[in-house]
Design a protein around this ligand. Structure first.
Ligand SMILES: [Zn+2]
Length: 513
């Protein structure tokens, strides 16, 4: 019920969107904006545009589809782009939920990235500042990917209209990128040649701030499932006959946990056991464990080999066989382009932080209180472009990393999540629906579209990005970590999604009338 109340108040909030979506301050001091750029900003500012894409984002939030199961989410985005006049190719690079939408022809070619997958176990009611799942255990949008592909789609359509009106040269492409949460699409999309000929890429991510950055960040990663084969036996009657595959998994994990002590501090290493037997009285003849092995580009492969050795040790000690080490994906760190970030920053400052309503501030503070965070509400200023930190201590990963090594790329992070909300957690899911998310993704779409207009119309600006990229590529040529025989893990989340899809649809139909 609280959820339904949240929906009503956000619809009410819509009535004033026209007022509150104007830049917060400083409009008078801003430089004169070119006509084509002003056109994309004006179109994105219309309340009906805000609502159209807000509803798309909310729909994807409701689908809450896991990586490579984003059938409804990708279709909604691809259909929206197709209706707007883009040529859409679907089911690319061996992934049914991957698409590329293209408008225009010739150079320059500007790419926008869009992600739309959810995370497992995070189901949560919208705008509810306490943990309260819609369906216990079901997936949820705990990283804001519902807003992200939507922002890229809105921006691309705005740019297409300006290209028509002002006869701008070039091509705009939206790369519908599945499964970012399992970092599983971009290396395959690059391998399939989808990014060939792209001159620059505008990435985006949902955040609590409105900012961009450059330099090396995040960790490179191997995502691998290790499977062991043993022999069944009566676990009490004649256990000496059996060879436990679960023992192999446990021995591997013990070895990997001892390994941590002797790895450089930039590493991250974590796993979940996917199969560990069916019943205690049958020695399991099959078990598997899924590892994320993370480190810098320079340290990743050596660390990965040491983890593979832990798997071999588990098999040897348990008398089982390491029957498979299936690499689902392997990715690079992000190497974001400084010239791109500088260009994006100017547009972020032009767009400005959205003005938040009292209701949105009240929700933000209630959530901050619940999480024990400072109750400062939503931010009022956009971020500054700062030099990257010189001390790298490791962290999360994104398969955008591989894209940054094949074309000049930087990320626009846009607001919408409450400062203090925790990533990959119910508190982020609570933020990513309704007016707060609508305003954030709209601000993001404006910065993306304005940056795309600059790259299409200012060859000298684009040349700066390209020069920096070409120079960097001399010392950082793209060499994929992804093994040549790896295939996209289209099956990985199938069962899990099937378990929750119907229950989620039913619960949402009851909540949103
Ligand atoms: Zn994310």
């Amino acid at each position: 019920m609280r959820y339904a109340r949240g929906v009503r108040s956000f619809v009410l909030g819509l009535a004033v969107l026209g007022l509150v979506l104007a830049p917060a301050s400083g409009a008078a001091r801003k430089p004169k904006v070119a006509k084509d750029k002003q056109a994309v900003l004006d179109w994105l500012s219309r309340p009906e545009t805000v609502e159209e894409f807000g509803r798309i984002s909310d729909a994807i939030w409701g689908f809450a589809e896991l990586g490579l199961q984003e059938f409804k989410s990708s279709a909604l985005l691809a259909d929206t782009l197709e209706k707007a006049g883009f040529k859409v190719e679907r089911g690319l690079a061996g992934m049914p939920t991957c698409f590329v939408a293209t408008y225009g022809s010739g150079k320059p070619v500007i790419g926008l990235l869009g992600e739309y997958d959810a995370l497992p176990m995070l189901s949560q009611k919208a705008r509810e500042p306490k943990k309260d799942p819609i369906v216990e255990g079901a997936p949820g949008h705990g990283c804001g990917h519902n807003t992200m592909a939507t922002a890229a789609t809105a921006a691309a359509i705005a740019v297409k209209q300006a290209m028509e009106t002002y006869k701008l040269p070039g091509t705009i492409k939206v790369f519908g990128s599945p499964a970012e949460e399992i970092v599983a699409s971009r290396p395959y999309m690059i391998r399939a040649g989808l990014f060939e000929g792209v001159d620059a890429v505008i990435d985006n991510h949902s955040s609590s701030g409105f900012a961009t950055d450059y330099g090396v960040s995040g960790n490179a990663l191997f995502s691998t499932i290790f499977t062991f084969k043993g022999k069944t036996a009566h676990a009490a009657g004649a256990p000496w006959v059996g060879r436990s595959a679960l023992d192999a998994v446990e021995l591997m994990n013990v070895a990997a946990n001892f390994l941590r002590e002797h790895l450089p501090l930039t590493h991250r290493l974590h796993y979940v056991i996917l199969e560990g037997g069916e019943a205690p009285n049958v020695v399991p003849d099959r078990a598997s464990v899924w590892y994320y092995v993370r480190n810098t580009d320079e340290r990743l492969e050596e660390m990965y080999q040491r983890v593979v050795n832990c798997a071999k040790a588990g098999a040897l000690a348990s008398g089982t066989e390491l029957s498979a080490a299936r690499v689902l994906s392997a990715i690079h760190q992000r190497h974001a382009n400084k010239a791109a970030a500088e260009l994006f920053q100017a547009n972020i400052e032009l767009v400005g932080m959205p003005a938040w309503s009292e209701e949105e501030q009240a929700f933000a503070k209630a959530l901050q209180k619940e999480l024990g965070a400072e109750q400062k509400g939503m931010p009022s200023e956009v971020g500054k472009l700062e030099a990257p930190s010189r001390t790298f201590v490791g962290g999360g990963s994104s398969d955008v990393g591989d894209v940054t090594l094949i074309a000049p790329t930087a990320t626009i992070t846009f607001p919408g999540q409450v400062p203090g909300a925790i990533g990959h957690h119910w508190s982020s899911v609570a933020c990513n629906y309704g007016s707060l998310a609508w305003k954030g993704l709209n601000a993001g779409a404006k910065a993306i579209a304005a940056s795309a207009i600059d790259l299409l119309t200012k060859p000298a600006e684009l040349a700066k990005l390209r020069r920096e990229f070409d120079e960097y590529s001399k010392t950082h040529p793209y060499k994929p970590f992804l093994p040549a025989d790896s295939q996209p893990p289209n099956d990985l989340n199938k069962e899990l999604m099937e378990r929750y899809r119907a229950a989620l649809e039913k619960a949402l139909a009851a909540e949103i009338k």
